[in-house]
Design a protein around this ligand. Structure first.
Ligand code: NDP
Length: 453
C-alpha cells in the first residue's frame, strides 16, 4: 500500500467510523488511482479524490407509517447526494433492514464512477431505508412509500436528483413513490426511473442490469475469441438482476444452474430453462415466496439452506465457467473466490454492487481471470435509466430493439474503456483499474473545470 493510500485511509476511517463497506469501496478505488495521481499532480493538489469521498449532501429523515394492525412504525430514510460534477445525482433506493449510512455511502461512491463510465450525463447518489418490504401487505408498502416520499420530494427533481430502484425497490414501490411525488408537487415529470410503461417508463429498464452484466461477460469472453454459447453459469440472488441475467444467459446459449435468496440456494444441474425462469419470476415478483419452492416443484433440483456463519457459501462451490453474483455486497469472500477458481471458473461478471471482498478480488486479479467489477459490469441498469430520462425529456419512447441496441453499445463502450485504460496505465487485463480510472478521469476533469465547490 502506498503512503498516500495509507494516509488517505487513516483519514477516511477516522472521519467515517463504523462504516466498513464505505472504507472498502474507497480503498479499492484509491489503490487503482495511485497510478493516475502519479501522472496528474493537479488531481492531488486540487484534492479531487478527497473531495469525491465527501458527499455533497446527506439527507437523513424520519419515516413514520401505520401498519395493518393500526400500530405506528418508524423507519429511517436516507438520500446521499454524492457528486453532481457531470449531471444530476442518480442512483437507486434500497429498502432492506441492513440499510445504514455506511452502506449507502459505499453505494453512492461506487455510483459516481459507474455513471461516468456509461458516457451519459449523470452524477452519483443513492438512498433508501431500513424498512423491510418482506412480509408486508401492499397497503403497508404503499403507506410507507408515501411517507418516505413526503420528505424526499423536497430534495429531488428531474434536474436535481433522480432516484431509481435497488434491493427491495421494484416496479410496485416506484409506482407508489411516483404517485406521491406527483400528488405533492402537482407535476408529471421524470423524477424517478424504472417507471411503469404506461406512465413514462422505458422498455428494457427492468431487464437492463442483468442483460448488461451478461453483455459485459460476452465482451470479456470476446477478448479470448470465446462466446457465451454452451457456458455453464452460477447465478446468485433471484431478484431483478438475477432473473434477467438468467434470461440473457439463455438468449446467448448458456446455462444457469443456480439461483438463491437470503435463506438458501438451488442447484439445478439440467439448467434453469425458460419455463423454470417463468416460475421463478412468478414466485418472486407476484407471490413473493421463497426460492426453496423451486426444489419442491422441480424434483431434480437440490435446495441447500444458507448458513450465515459458515466460512464459505456452497453456491460458489460447483463446476462452471462463469459466475454472476447478483444478490448483495460481500457475498463472495476469499474462500468462495478460491472455490470458484478451483472449480474452473474463468469469468466473473458482477451484477451486484461490490459482491466480492478485497481478498477475493485480489485472488481473481492474481489468477488473471476475466473479472468484471460491478461498477462496470452492472452499469447497464443506470445506463437505461439515463435513456429513460432522455426519453422523458423528449416526451417520446424508443422501441425495445432501439433501447436494447443502445444498451449493448453502452456495455461495449464501457468494456472498451476498461480495456484501453488498463492498458494505458500498464496493467493490461485489469478491469478493476480500468473501471476505476476510466470512471474517475471524466469526473475529476469536470471538477477541475468547475472550481472549488
Ligand atoms: P432485488 O431486491 O430484486 O433482489 C435481491 C436478491 O438478493 C434477492 O434474491 C434477495 O433475497 C437477495 N439478497 C438480498 N440481500 C441479501 C443478503 N444479505 N444475503 C443473501 N441474499 C440477499 O434486488 P436487485 O436484484 O435489484 O439487486 C441485487 C444487487 O444488484 C444489489 O447489489 C444491487 O445493488 C445491485 N444492482 C441493482 C441494480 C438494479 O437495476 N436493480 C443496478 C445495479 C446494481 P431475499 O429476497 O431473501 O432478500
Amino acid at each position: 500500500m502506498s503512503d498516500y493510500v495509507k494516509q488517505l485511509m487513516a483519514e477516511v476511517k477516522a472521519k467515517n467510523p463504523s462504516e466498513p463497506e464505505f472504507h472498502q469501496a474507497v480503498f479499492e478505488v484509491a489503490e487503482s488511482l495511485v497510478l493516475v495521481l502519479e501522472k496528474h499532480p493537479e488531481y492531488r493538489s486540487e484534492k479531487i479524490l478527497e473531495r469525491i469521498i465527501e458527499p455533497e449532501r446527506v439527507i437523513l429523515f424520519r419515516v413514520p407509517w401505520v401498519d395493518d394492525q393500526g400500530e405506528v412504525r418508524i423507519n429511517r430514510g436516507f438520500r446521499i447526494e454524492m457528486n453532481s460534477a457531470i449531471g444530476p445525482y442518480k442512483g437507486g433506493l434500497r429498502f432492506h433492514p441492513s440499510v445504514n449510512l455506511g452502506i449507502l455511502k459505499f453505494l453512492a461512491f461506487e455510483q459516481v464512477f459507474k455513471n461516468s463510465l456509461t458516457t451519459l450525463p449523470m452524477g452519483g447518489g443513492k438512498g433508501g431505508s431500513d424498512f423491510d418490504p418482506k412480509g408486508k401487505s401492499d397497503g403497508e408498502v404503499m403507506r410507507f412509500c408515501q411517507s418516505f416520499m413526503s420528505e424526499l420530494q423536497r430534495h429531488i427533481g428531474p434536474n436535481t436528483d433522480v432516484p431509481a430502484g435497488d434491493i427491495g425497490v421494484g416496479g410496485r414501490e416506484i409506482g407508489f413513490l411516483f404517485g406521491q411525488y406527483k400528488k405533492l408537487r402537482n407535476e408529471f415529470t421524470g423524477v424517478l426511473t424504472g417507471k411503469g410503461l404506461n406512465w413514462g417508463g422505458s422498455l428494457i429498464r427492468p431487464e437492463a442490469t442483468g442483460y448488461g452484466a451478461v453483455y459485459f461477460a460476452a465482451e470479456m469472453l470476446g477478448t479470448k475469441n470465446k462466446t457465451m454459447e454452451g457456458k455453464t453459469c452460477l447465478v446468485s440472488g433471484s431478484g431483478n438482476v438475477a432473473q434477467y441475467t438468467i434470461e440473457k444467459i439463455l438468449d446467448l446459449g448458456g446455462k444457469a444452474v443456480t439461483t438463491s435468496d437470503s435463506n438458501g440456494y438451488i442447484y439445478d444441474e439440467e439448467g434453469i430453462d425458460r419455463e423454470k425462469l417463468k416460475f421463478i419470476m412468478n414466485l418472486k415478483n407476484v407471490r413473493r415466496g421463497r426460492i426453496k419452492e423451486y426444489a419442491d416443484k422441480y424434483k431434480n433440483a437440490v435446495y441447500t439452506p444458507l448458513d450465515p456463519n459458515a466460512a464459505f457459501n456452497p453456491l460458489w462451490d460447483h463446476k462452471a465457467d462463469c459466475a454472476f453474483p447478483s444478490a448483495t455486497q460481500n457475498e463472495i469472500n476469499e474462500n468462495d473466490a478460491a472455490n470458484l477458481l478451483k472449480n474452473g471458473i474463468y469469468v466473473v461478471s458482477e451484477g451486484a454492487n461490490m459482491p466480492t471482498t478485497i481478498e477475493g478480488v485480489n485472488l481473481f486479479l492474481d489468477k488473471k481471470i476475466l473479472y468484471g467489477p460491478g461498477k462496470a459490469a452492472n452499469a447497464g441498469g443506470v445506463a437505461v435509466s439515463g435513456l429513460e430520462m432522455a426519453q422523458n425529456s423528449m416526451r417520446f419512447g424508443w422501441t425495445r430493439e432501439e433501447v436494447d441496441n443502445r444498451l449493448a453499445m453502452i456495455m461495449k463502450s464501457i468494456h472498451n474503456t476498461c480495456v484501453e485504460t488498463a492498458d494505458k496505465f500498464g496493467t493490461p487485463g485489469n478491469y478493476v483499474n480500468g473501471a476505476n480510472i476510466g470512471g474517475f478521469i471524466k469526473v475529476a476533469d469536470s471538477m477541475l473545470d468547475q472550481g472549488i465547490v
